[in-house]
Design a protein around this ligand. Structure first.
Ligand code: AMP
Length: 299
Protein backbone atom coordinates (compact mmCIF):
# COMPACT_ATOMS: atom_id res chain seq x y z
CA UNK A 1 0.00 0.00 0.00
CA UNK A 2 1.09 3.56 -0.57
CA UNK A 3 1.46 6.46 1.86
CA UNK A 4 -0.02 9.89 1.21
CA UNK A 5 2.21 12.63 2.64
CA UNK A 6 1.36 16.31 2.93
CA UNK A 7 3.74 18.89 4.37
CA UNK A 8 6.28 21.52 3.44
CA UNK A 9 8.49 21.25 0.37
CA UNK A 10 11.24 23.77 0.95
CA UNK A 11 14.63 25.14 0.16
CA UNK A 12 16.68 24.97 3.37
CA UNK A 13 19.77 27.07 4.06
CA UNK A 14 21.60 25.43 6.93
CA UNK A 15 24.50 26.65 9.03
CA UNK A 16 26.40 24.38 11.42
CA UNK A 17 29.59 25.20 13.37
CA UNK A 18 31.55 23.39 10.61
CA UNK A 19 29.84 24.38 7.35
CA UNK A 20 27.14 26.31 5.60
CA UNK A 21 24.91 25.01 2.80
CA UNK A 22 22.40 27.20 0.99
CA UNK A 23 19.15 26.15 -0.72
CA UNK A 24 19.23 22.42 -0.08
CA UNK A 25 16.15 20.33 -0.77
CA UNK A 26 14.21 20.37 2.52
CA UNK A 27 10.80 20.60 4.09
CA UNK A 28 8.90 18.16 6.27
CA UNK A 29 7.19 16.42 3.34
CA UNK A 30 10.41 16.08 1.32
CA UNK A 31 12.28 14.36 4.15
CA UNK A 32 9.31 12.18 5.09
CA UNK A 33 8.57 11.20 1.47
CA UNK A 34 12.13 10.10 0.70
CA UNK A 35 12.26 8.16 3.99
CA UNK A 36 8.94 6.41 3.32
CA UNK A 37 9.96 5.57 -0.25
CA UNK A 38 12.45 2.95 0.98
CA UNK A 39 9.50 0.79 1.97
CA UNK A 40 6.39 1.70 -0.01
CA UNK A 41 5.11 3.90 -2.87
CA UNK A 42 4.60 7.53 -1.83
CA UNK A 43 2.18 10.24 -2.99
CA UNK A 44 3.41 13.74 -2.17
CA UNK A 45 1.11 16.72 -1.63
CA UNK A 46 2.82 20.12 -1.51
CA UNK A 47 3.64 23.32 -3.33
CA UNK A 48 6.81 24.75 -4.85
CA UNK A 49 7.57 27.93 -6.80
CA UNK A 50 8.92 28.28 -10.31
CA UNK A 51 12.43 28.57 -8.82
CA UNK A 52 12.34 24.97 -7.55
CA UNK A 53 15.42 23.29 -9.07
CA UNK A 54 14.79 20.57 -11.66
CA UNK A 55 17.36 18.29 -10.06
CA UNK A 56 15.23 18.23 -6.88
CA UNK A 57 12.21 17.10 -8.92
CA UNK A 58 14.47 14.44 -10.47
CA UNK A 59 15.50 13.31 -6.99
CA UNK A 60 11.84 12.75 -6.04
CA UNK A 61 11.34 10.87 -9.32
CA UNK A 62 14.35 8.62 -8.65
CA UNK A 63 12.60 7.65 -5.42
CA UNK A 64 9.47 6.88 -7.46
CA UNK A 65 7.48 9.50 -5.53
CA UNK A 66 4.14 10.33 -7.16
CA UNK A 67 4.20 14.08 -7.82
CA UNK A 68 0.70 14.49 -9.27
CA UNK A 69 -0.30 16.32 -6.06
CA UNK A 70 2.71 18.67 -6.10
CA UNK A 71 1.61 22.13 -7.26
CA UNK A 72 4.05 24.39 -9.10
CA UNK A 73 2.90 27.98 -8.67
CA UNK A 74 4.18 31.37 -9.84
CA UNK A 75 6.44 32.78 -7.12
CA UNK A 76 9.18 31.53 -4.84
CA UNK A 77 9.51 28.20 -3.04
CA UNK A 78 9.23 28.27 0.76
CA UNK A 79 12.70 29.12 2.06
CA UNK A 80 13.75 28.26 5.60
CA UNK A 81 17.12 28.92 7.21
CA UNK A 82 18.44 27.60 10.51
CA UNK A 83 21.66 27.63 12.50
CA UNK A 84 22.91 24.95 14.90
CA UNK A 85 24.95 25.47 18.05
CA UNK A 86 28.12 23.46 18.70
CA UNK A 87 26.18 20.67 20.48
CA UNK A 88 24.05 20.18 17.29
CA UNK A 89 20.89 19.89 19.41
CA UNK A 90 19.96 23.54 19.78
CA UNK A 91 18.82 25.25 16.61
CA UNK A 92 17.53 28.71 15.91
CA UNK A 93 15.52 29.76 12.91
CA UNK A 94 17.27 32.56 11.02
CA UNK A 95 14.70 33.12 8.30
CA UNK A 96 11.30 31.93 7.08
CA UNK A 97 10.21 33.16 3.64
CA UNK A 98 6.80 31.64 2.97
CA UNK A 99 6.67 32.38 -0.77
CA UNK A 100 4.05 30.22 -2.51
CA UNK A 101 3.42 28.43 0.80
CA UNK A 102 1.51 31.50 2.03
CA UNK A 103 -1.55 30.79 -0.12
CA UNK A 104 -1.19 27.02 -0.33
CA UNK A 105 -4.40 24.98 -0.42
CA UNK A 106 -3.74 21.26 -0.75
CA UNK A 107 -5.87 19.67 -3.48
CA UNK A 108 -5.95 15.90 -3.63
CA UNK A 109 -6.16 14.21 -7.04
CA UNK A 110 -9.17 11.86 -7.06
CA UNK A 111 -7.00 8.73 -6.88
CA UNK A 112 -5.23 10.02 -3.75
CA UNK A 113 -8.43 10.36 -1.73
CA UNK A 114 -8.66 6.62 -1.06
CA UNK A 115 -5.14 6.34 0.40
CA UNK A 116 -5.14 4.15 3.49
CA UNK A 117 -2.03 5.50 5.20
CA UNK A 118 -1.83 9.27 5.62
CA UNK A 119 0.99 11.31 7.09
CA UNK A 120 0.14 14.91 7.92
CA UNK A 121 3.74 16.10 8.21
CA UNK A 122 4.59 19.44 9.81
CA UNK A 123 2.45 22.15 8.23
CA UNK A 124 -0.29 24.51 9.53
CA UNK A 125 -2.99 22.44 11.30
CA UNK A 126 -5.69 24.12 9.17
CA UNK A 127 -4.07 22.59 6.08
CA UNK A 128 -3.80 19.21 7.81
CA UNK A 129 -7.58 19.46 8.44
CA UNK A 130 -8.14 20.38 4.80
CA UNK A 131 -6.38 17.21 3.63
CA UNK A 132 -8.38 15.04 6.04
CA UNK A 133 -11.63 16.65 4.82
CA UNK A 134 -10.87 15.27 1.34
CA UNK A 135 -9.96 11.73 2.43
CA UNK A 136 -12.32 8.77 2.10
CA UNK A 137 -12.02 6.52 5.15
CA UNK A 138 -8.25 6.32 5.64
CA UNK A 139 -7.05 3.38 7.75
CA UNK A 140 -4.27 5.08 9.72
CA UNK A 141 -3.63 8.82 9.99
CA UNK A 142 -0.60 10.24 11.77
CA UNK A 143 0.19 13.91 12.31
CA UNK A 144 3.40 15.72 13.20
CA UNK A 145 3.66 19.33 14.35
CA UNK A 146 6.05 22.02 15.61
CA UNK A 147 6.22 24.64 18.38
CA UNK A 148 5.06 27.39 15.99
CA UNK A 149 1.59 25.82 15.66
CA UNK A 150 1.31 25.33 19.42
CA UNK A 151 1.96 29.07 19.69
CA UNK A 152 -0.25 30.42 16.92
CA UNK A 153 -2.78 27.69 15.98
CA UNK A 154 -3.43 25.73 19.17
CA UNK A 155 -7.23 25.55 18.75
CA UNK A 156 -6.87 24.04 15.24
CA UNK A 157 -4.29 21.56 16.50
CA UNK A 158 -6.47 20.46 19.44
CA UNK A 159 -9.37 19.86 17.01
CA UNK A 160 -7.04 17.86 14.74
CA UNK A 161 -6.04 15.56 17.62
CA UNK A 162 -9.66 14.32 17.73
CA UNK A 163 -9.48 13.25 14.07
CA UNK A 164 -6.19 11.32 13.93
CA UNK A 165 -4.95 7.90 15.03
CA UNK A 166 -1.36 8.81 15.82
CA UNK A 167 0.42 11.96 16.96
CA UNK A 168 4.18 12.51 16.89
CA UNK A 169 5.85 15.40 18.69
CA UNK A 170 9.10 16.12 20.46
CA UNK A 171 9.56 16.33 24.22
CA UNK A 172 9.59 20.13 24.45
CA UNK A 173 6.40 20.33 22.35
CA UNK A 174 4.76 17.69 24.60
CA UNK A 175 5.68 19.82 27.61
CA UNK A 176 4.30 22.94 25.92
CA UNK A 177 1.03 21.17 25.05
CA UNK A 178 0.39 19.45 28.38
CA UNK A 179 2.43 21.52 30.89
CA UNK A 180 3.70 18.15 32.20
CA UNK A 181 7.41 17.67 32.95
CA UNK A 182 7.02 13.90 33.19
CA UNK A 183 6.91 12.26 29.77
CA UNK A 184 4.54 9.47 30.85
CA UNK A 185 2.12 11.96 32.40
CA UNK A 186 2.30 13.97 29.14
CA UNK A 187 1.54 10.83 27.07
CA UNK A 188 -1.54 10.12 29.20
CA UNK A 189 -2.84 13.67 28.77
CA UNK A 190 -2.32 13.58 24.99
CA UNK A 191 -4.28 10.29 24.72
CA UNK A 192 -7.18 12.03 26.41
CA UNK A 193 -7.08 14.66 23.67
CA UNK A 194 -7.77 11.98 21.01
CA UNK A 195 -4.97 9.90 19.44
CA UNK A 196 -4.64 6.18 20.28
CA UNK A 197 -0.95 6.18 19.43
CA UNK A 198 1.31 8.93 20.79
CA UNK A 199 5.03 9.11 20.14
CA UNK A 200 7.27 11.56 21.96
CA UNK A 201 10.66 12.06 20.28
CA UNK A 202 13.73 12.77 22.34
CA UNK A 203 16.29 13.52 19.64
CA UNK A 204 19.48 11.50 20.00
CA UNK A 205 17.87 9.70 22.97
CA UNK A 206 15.26 7.98 20.80
CA UNK A 207 11.50 8.04 21.27
CA UNK A 208 8.68 6.61 23.38
CA UNK A 209 5.46 5.16 22.04
CA UNK A 210 2.31 4.88 24.10
CA UNK A 211 -0.28 2.65 22.42
CA UNK A 212 -3.14 0.22 23.18
CA UNK A 213 -0.43 -2.45 23.63
CA UNK A 214 1.49 -0.34 26.12
CA UNK A 215 4.78 1.53 25.97
CA UNK A 216 7.72 0.98 23.65
CA UNK A 217 11.11 2.59 24.09
CA UNK A 218 12.70 3.06 20.66
CA UNK A 219 16.43 3.78 20.58
CA UNK A 220 18.16 6.22 18.28
CA UNK A 221 20.98 4.65 16.25
CA UNK A 222 24.27 5.62 17.94
CA UNK A 223 26.08 8.07 15.66
CA UNK A 224 29.57 9.33 16.37
CA UNK A 225 29.25 12.25 14.01
CA UNK A 226 26.17 14.34 13.36
CA UNK A 227 26.53 16.53 10.29
CA UNK A 228 23.02 18.08 10.09
CA UNK A 229 19.99 16.82 12.03
CA UNK A 230 17.49 18.89 10.00
CA UNK A 231 14.63 16.63 8.96
CA UNK A 232 15.54 13.76 11.29
CA UNK A 233 12.08 13.88 12.89
CA UNK A 234 10.41 13.93 9.49
CA UNK A 235 12.58 11.02 8.31
CA UNK A 236 11.67 9.08 11.44
CA UNK A 237 7.92 9.43 10.97
CA UNK A 238 8.18 9.03 7.17
CA UNK A 239 10.18 5.81 7.52
CA UNK A 240 7.74 4.53 10.13
CA UNK A 241 4.69 5.20 7.92
CA UNK A 242 6.36 3.70 4.84
CA UNK A 243 7.17 0.55 6.78
CA UNK A 244 3.63 0.31 8.22
CA UNK A 245 2.02 0.71 4.80
CA UNK A 246 4.16 -2.10 3.39
CA UNK A 247 3.81 -4.50 6.34
CA UNK A 248 1.23 -7.28 6.54
CA UNK A 249 -0.89 -7.37 9.68
CA UNK A 250 -2.21 -4.78 12.07
CA UNK A 251 -0.68 -1.46 13.00
CA UNK A 252 -0.51 -2.72 16.59
CA UNK A 253 1.55 -5.71 15.52
CA UNK A 254 3.96 -3.69 13.36
CA UNK A 255 4.39 -0.26 14.88
CA UNK A 256 7.36 -1.06 17.14
CA UNK A 257 9.42 -2.47 14.29
CA UNK A 258 8.23 0.42 12.09
CA UNK A 259 9.63 2.89 14.64
CA UNK A 260 13.00 1.09 14.57
CA UNK A 261 13.10 1.43 10.77
CA UNK A 262 12.16 5.12 11.09
CA UNK A 263 14.92 5.61 13.64
CA UNK A 264 17.47 4.05 11.29
CA UNK A 265 16.42 6.20 8.30
CA UNK A 266 16.69 9.26 10.60
CA UNK A 267 20.27 8.25 11.43
CA UNK A 268 21.21 8.39 7.74
CA UNK A 269 19.54 11.81 7.49
CA UNK A 270 21.77 13.18 10.30
CA UNK A 271 24.97 12.06 8.56
CA UNK A 272 24.75 14.52 5.68
CA UNK A 273 23.37 17.96 4.86
CA UNK A 274 19.73 18.08 3.81
CA UNK A 275 18.85 14.83 2.06
CA UNK A 276 22.38 14.14 0.81
CA UNK A 277 23.03 11.13 3.01
CA UNK A 278 19.46 9.76 3.13
CA UNK A 279 19.33 9.49 -0.65
CA UNK A 280 22.60 7.52 -0.74
CA UNK A 281 21.35 4.86 1.70
CA UNK A 282 20.33 1.49 0.27
CA UNK A 283 17.80 -0.94 1.72
CA UNK A 284 20.68 -3.27 2.69
CA UNK A 285 22.35 -0.43 4.67
CA UNK A 286 19.08 0.12 6.52
CA UNK A 287 18.70 -3.60 7.33
CA UNK A 288 22.28 -3.68 8.68
CA UNK A 289 21.59 -0.85 11.14
CA UNK A 290 18.28 -2.41 12.18
CA UNK A 291 20.17 -5.63 13.08
CA UNK A 292 22.71 -3.58 15.05
CA UNK A 293 19.91 -1.89 17.00
CA UNK A 294 18.38 -5.29 17.67
CA UNK A 295 21.68 -6.49 19.14
CA UNK A 296 22.13 -3.32 21.19
CA UNK A 297 18.75 -3.59 22.86
CA UNK A 298 18.49 -7.33 23.50
CA UNK A 299 18.88 -8.52 27.07
P1 AMP B 1 12.88 19.02 11.72
O1 AMP B 1 14.38 19.08 11.70
O2 AMP B 1 12.36 17.61 11.79
O3 AMP B 1 12.30 19.92 12.76
O4 AMP B 1 12.34 19.57 10.31
C1 AMP B 1 12.97 20.60 9.64
C2 AMP B 1 12.23 20.92 8.37
O5 AMP B 1 11.05 21.66 8.69
C3 AMP B 1 13.06 21.79 7.43
O6 AMP B 1 13.37 21.04 6.27
C4 AMP B 1 12.18 23.00 7.13
O7 AMP B 1 12.09 23.30 5.77
C5 AMP B 1 10.82 22.61 7.68
N1 AMP B 1 10.14 23.78 8.30
C6 AMP B 1 10.68 24.78 9.00
N2 AMP B 1 9.74 25.68 9.39
C7 AMP B 1 8.55 25.22 8.90
C8 AMP B 1 7.18 25.67 8.94
N3 AMP B 1 6.85 26.81 9.55
N4 AMP B 1 6.24 24.90 8.35
C9 AMP B 1 6.56 23.76 7.74
N5 AMP B 1 7.81 23.28 7.64
C10 AMP B 1 8.82 23.99 8.21
Amino acid sequence: MSVLIVGSTALDSIKTPKAENPRLLGGSASHAAVAASFFSPVKLIGVVGEDFPKNYVDLFRRHKIDLSGLQIQPGKTFHWSGEYEVNMNNRRTLLTELGVFENFTPHLPEAHKKSQFVLLANIAPALQHHVLDQMKKPKFVVADTMDLWLNIALADLVQLLKRIDGFVLNDSEAHQLTKEDNVFAALKKIHRMGPKYVIIKKGSHGSILSSPRGFFICPAYPLHNVCDPTGAGDSFVGGMMGYLAAAKGTVDANIRRAMIYGSVVASFCCEGFGLNSTTKARRADIEKRVKELEKLTKF
